[in-house]
Design a protein around this ligand. Sequence first.
Ligand code: TMP
Length: 292
Amino acid sequence: MLTSIDDIPELCKENVYIKDKESLLKNINKIIAEGHKKLQILTDFDHTLTRHDVDGVPVLTSFGMFKECPSVPQKYKDDETMLANKYKPIEVDANMSIEDKVKHMKDWYMASHNLMKGLKFPRNELMDIGHKMVGCFRKGVNDLISWSECHQVPVLVFSAGLGECVVAALQAAKFLLPNVKVISNFLAMDENDNIVGIQGEIIHTYNKNETAIKHTEYYGMVKERNNVLLMGDNIGDAGMAEGMEHCDVVIKIGFLGRNTEANLQNYVCTFDIVVVNEHTMDIANAILKLVL
Ligand code: TMP
């Protein structure tokens, strides 16, 4: 049992912000005491498992990985960039209400998926890009995944990006172990690998909470696990556990790496721990190391 948050040096750094130390201490102690059998790990992919940048160069998002494939037509790339230039600022706007953002997100995802229709899915090219992503994961993701495998703690990678790209990067890094599952936007393809749409409901940054984890294989793995270590880089990621009513303790770690000054206040209100301009998984790993 910890007597103070200061017992975890990783939480005492200058770039770490904690809203309520007492409540965090209580929750960490509960997670420690109830042990790995009651724990699950819920994480976003883009700029959460991966870094925001490597040596100042922004890390590709899962949509970015798709765009990087040589056979993807320039017209798609230009149109996708135009959409992203319009909607990304809305997604990270510090002042717009979530309700207003949701409308824009729906428009963005519909338009983006429509652009993909009819394109040939670049399966092999994506595997190559996946390998290039291996160096873009945060330092310590491998320790986190090894720990989860060793203790058989389920990990959900919950992404509003493109599922096939998330899987390609995780596979290349050898992180896609049996205890690691991905819920994301997976493409629907015809028998010739032409994209015909998206499978199921669109997952965007602000409906990750509504999206049914319930009817997935993952839910079956975690229905007895009421403690969650959650990680994300968008405000919307903080709601990722809301579809699982049995979860009573959710420790939320937010990685803030963009518009840091404007967003800090919102992040501190939303996440239990906010870590600014960080490229490691040190905090999550420090907490996991204490779990019985
Ligand atoms: P996530 O991985 O953080 O859940 O979110 C996926 C990101 O992908 C989110 O920030 C929005 C972004 N995105 C694009 O970059 N291009 C697109 O065409 C769409 C629809 C989303």
